[in-house]
Design a protein. Structure first.
Length: 258
């Protein structure tokens, strides 16, 4: 039985990359809904339908767990998905809690970078409300980073000016931690480091999700059942062309260096 991973595009590979570190002896399905990316700028109900269509497809492939490797999809659909399927479904959410814990004693703020839809959702606001006792969490949508990633545009010459423009109204010296609240954003960690001080932590929820996946499979005695093979799908169609698969390998190699 394989483990399913789902995202609107290639962002979820940043989570799969962590899963491969913690669970190298598993087989995976990675489903990117590239026909409908980006999710973060679309109406909520439209995105919900895309998510359920993708989950149905993945479930029909035979999986023992499904990781919703998309902050936007997690925020609007993970609870309903868990009601529908009988295998474990894991989501990912912005790592606000550890960020607040890091910054409270330093008198620094937390900056959450995500998509518009993630930041608008009640799930995110409830998360912040439950732990931000000193009003130190601020947020900024960065939809342009999703487009950069989906276009395989990672050059600092293109990305850094965009980030500098979007962050121009923020006093960057106030922040102790930057939270990457979209799975597309870890690709740009090095570009973000060009703008923030060296001692600023830049974190995401990917490692926590991968560790939780391992814990769940261990508890169910369903661990180490594969060889690290990954089958890629784009909106229901298997990816088999060599150029695309080569680009995916390059993404993993790039993440090794971030």
């Amino acid at each position: 039985m394989r483990i399913g991973f789902f995202d609107s595009g290639i962002g979820g590979m940043t989570v799969l990359h962590q899963a491969l570190r913690f669970l190298p002896n598993e087989d995976y399905i990675f489903y990117a809904d590239t026909l409908h990316v980006p999710y973060g700028e679309k109406p909520k109900e439209e995105v919900r339908q895309y998510i359920f269509n993708a989950a149905d497809f993945i479930a029909n492939q035979g999986v023992k767990a499904l990781v919703i490797a998309c902050n936007t999809a997690t925020s609007i659909a993970v609870e309903d998905l868990r009601k529908k399927y009988d295998f474990p479904i894991l989501g990912i959410e912005p790592a606000v809690k550890p960020a607040v814990q890091k910054c409270e004693g330093k008198r620094k703020k937390v900056l959450v970078l995500a998509t518009n839809l993630t930041l608008r959702e009640e799930k995110f606001h409830n998360l912040v409300k439950s732990i931000d006792n000193h009003d130190i969490v601020e947020s900024l949508p960065l939809p342009g980073l999703v487009q950069f990633a989906e276009n395989f545009e990672f050059s600092e010459e293109r990305v850094v000016p965009y980030l500098r423009d979007q962050l121009s109204s923020f006093d960057l010296k106030q922040y102790g931690t930057v939270v990457l609240g979209c799975t597309h954003f870890p690709y740009f960690k090095n570009s973000l480091r060009k703008l923030f001080a060296e001692d600023v932590d830049i974190i995401s929820g990917s490692i926590g999700t991968a560790k939780n996946l391992r814990r769940i499979l261990e508890a169910k005695n369903q661990i180490n059942e594969g060889i690290g093979e990954i089958s890629f799908f784009k909106s229901g169609f298997k990816v088999e062309d060599k150029d695309t698969l080569s680009n995916y390998k390059k993404l993993f190699a790039m993440l090794d260096q971030v």
